[in-house]
Design a protein around this ligand. Structure first.
Ligand code: NAD
Length: 368
């Protein structure tokens, strides 16, 4: 079975779906790996490292797609890439099928067996394949670095001959995978960190990282059976906005990460709340791609309101391409080894991992 790894073509994408270390793992598993010339360059993985790991480097992009039984990608395939895939081949990537029905129709028309790791069930068995978590870890870490560099102050407390400088106060809204990593990173830089989430279960995790948990009486079940947050009622959301507005006033840096799966991100910081913040404060809105947690966020750029900088970065994992690719490659190769038996794709649709991630198969759309 031939596994093809093309160069990512999306703007600002620097990651690659397989790194040389994981090529070795697949080759040991009996798979043949083809990597497009230069595919790993922007993630600091040169062609020679792929060759040394047992892959074949292919210069002709069409030939790579044409030979591959399985194509591994990071981003959703572009229409031209779907056209290059062999009819009936498989494809694994990290994309939201619901956001692009035309793409899903193209994948089905090409009779591709397409999987999206965005749809992976968050069950213990699937953890090594959990690309949403690995990439959220990168985003949470990088968000703090962006905030630190946009801020006019030190994060740690400094006692110097030129005076004593207090530590920065960092507030993290949403303490899921990205939020917890942001808390840990801000703590390592010496900030005083507090965090809020609608899921009360995260209080212990927040405190174990040395941050304080801001408690608000939610008064309704804010968590689904699967462990995700639910949309709050209008009344509770109104109370939440007032609660957060009271806390962002004291913060030097606010990192927001709140998401509701399949929905627009909830608004947590209103224009009015931004107006109440101190000049020089920084907001990094990690939910910018799904609408933003701050009303003033402009996705992909930096906005300024009364001296407050509001950063709305998109595709942050691509800005740390070496480790983001390493983690993604581990996820995608674990997934591949799960669906391949004896060098062939062996699909068991009773298995939740295979069933939930499969977007199209044999000309049919399984997950719109
Ligand atoms: P996510 O990206 O969907 O959301 C980020 C955070 O935003 C969540 O903690 C959520 O509770 C919070 N949030 C949503 N609405 C909010 C609001 N109005 N106000 C404040 N906070 C709000 O979540 P995620 O980081 O992908 O993970 C969510 C859960 O899944 C966590 O419990 C995590 O531990 C769990 N998880 C489990 C596994 C596994 O068992 N394999 C893997 C990954 C994650």
């Amino acid at each position: 079975m031939k596994v093809g790894v093309p160069k990512e073509t999306a703007a600002n994408e620097r990651r690659v779906a397989l790194v040389p270390e994981t090529v070795g793992r697949l080759v040991k598993g009996g798979l043949e790996v083809l990597v497009e010339h230069g595919a790993g360059d922007r993630a600091f993985c040169p062609d020679d490292a792929y060759r040394a790991a047992g892959a074949t480097v292919v210069s002709d992009r069409a030939a790579l797609f044409g030979q591959a039984d399985v194509v591994l990608k990071v981003q959703a395939p572009a229409p031209a890439e779907v056209g290059l895939c062999r009819e009936g081949a498989a494809l694994v990537a990290l994309f939201q099928p619901g956001a692009d029905p035309t793409l899903v129709q193209q994948l089905a028309a090409r009779k591709l067996t397409a999987f999206s790791l965005v749809l992976l069930p968050r069950i213990t068995r699937a953890q090594p394949m959990d690309a949403l978590s690995s990439q959220a870890t990168v985003a949470g870490y990088k968000a703090v670095l962006l905030a630190a560099s946009a801020s006019g102050r030190f994060l740690p407390m400094l006692v110097t001959a030129a005076g004593t400088l207090p530590p920065a106060r960092v507030l993290v809204l949403g303490a899921g995978v990205a939020g917890l990593q942001a808390i840990a990173t801000a703590r390592r830089l010496g900030a005083v960190v507090s965090a809020f989430d609608v899921r009360p279960a995260v209080k212990e995790q927040v405190e174990s990282l040395g941050a304080s948990f801001l408690a608000m009486e939610i008064g309704e079940a804010a968590e689904t059976a699967g462990g995700y947050a639910k949309e709050l009622s209008e009344e509770t959301h109104r109370r939440e906005l007032a609660f957060i507005a009271g806390h962002v006033r004291d913060a030097d840096i606010v990192i927001t990460t709140a998401q509701i799966p399949g929905k627009r991100a909830p608004i947590l910081i209103t224009h009015e709340a931004v107006a109440g913040m101190k000049p020089g404060s920084v907001i990094v809105d990690l939910a910018a791609e799904t609408g933003g947690n701050c009303e003033a966020t402009e996705p992909g750029t930096e906005a300024h309101r009364n001296g407050v900088a509001i950063l709305g970065p998109v595709n942050l994992p691509a800005t740390l391409p070496l480790h983001a690719s390493q983690m993604y490659a581990k996820n995608v190769s674990s997934f591949l080894l799960h669906v391949v038996k004896d060098g062939r794709l062996a699909l068991d649709f009773n298995d939740p991992i295979t069933r939930d991630t499969c977007v199209t198969h044999a000309g049919e759309v399984r997950h719109p």
